[in-house]
Write a new protein. Structure first.
Length: 228
């Protein structure tokens, strides 16, 4: 990630949850947050969603305080010249009516060029954890109705990409723990791309194109898509 950041303009670090394995305990913060992200966090904001492992300790409150999360759901705006990106972060450990209403309100406001939504549990997944029905029922209709450009999730330890209508859905769970096999898909859109590899995502925006690249820990490109 540091190598990639050295040759690309980076505005922020995003984390799709399960930051502190295995149980979100403060005693693990130094090893799971401070050490791996020390160089990047020295100059970049760190915006995270809560994963199921993160909330095993004090419901994630200590972690939220430690990394200065503004809430369990929150909005960030990135503006660079004529490019505006809206990032909405949700807590999929609790797919509540209040979060659904908040999502609807935020997606109905403003005119950003790009809209990205991030939470931990995947809408669809052809792997160990599979689909998240609560998210499909409550959030999927809102996401597609508002033509969200990109939805970032984690939970299953691999890379997967789906498309429904104008929205691209990504599972990016290959941050460091042992990877999970890609299995058969059940009740999902066609699986556009997948890899059982450790990786991260690079997301780059211009006024006309949003490019997402899945980069392996070796530096090779596993998948890339450009959205217009």
């Amino acid at each position: 990630m540091q190598n990639w950041a050295g040759t690309h303009h980076v505005d922020a670090l995003l984390e799709a949850g399960d930051i502190v394995y295995p149980d979100g305990a403060p005693s693990r913060f130094a090893a799971t947050i401070d050490a791996p992200y020390a160089t990047l966090r020295a100059s970049l904001p760190f915006w995270a969603a809560l994963g199921n492992h993160d909330v095993m300790w004090n419901n994630g409150n200590d972690l939220m305080s430690y990394i200065s999360m503004p809430g369990r759901s929150y909005e960030k705006l990135i503006t660079n010249g004529d490019v505006t990106m809206q990032l909405l972060v949700l807590d999929s450990n609790d797919v509540s009516a209040s979060q659904t209403a908040w999502l609807e309100t935020k997606l109905s406001s403003g005119t950003p060029r790009w809209r990205i939504v991030m939470f931990h549990h995947p809408v669809w997944s052809c792997s160990s954890h599979g689909n998240t029905q609560a998210v499909i029922d409550a959030w999927l209709p809102v996401l597609t109705a508002h033509n969200v450009d990109l939805v970032i999730t984690g939970h299953d330890h691999n890379y997967q990409r789906f498309q429904q209508a104008n929205t691209t859905f990504v599972v990016t769970g290959g941050g460091g723990m042992p990877t999970y096999a890609i299995t058969g898909c059940t009740s999902t859109p066609p699986l556009q791309a997948s890899a059982q590899r450790h990786h991260f995502l690079g997301i780059e925006a211009t006024s006309s194109t949003l490019t997402m690249t899945a980069v392996a820990r070796t530096g090779e490109t596993l998948d890339q898509i450009s959205l217009n």
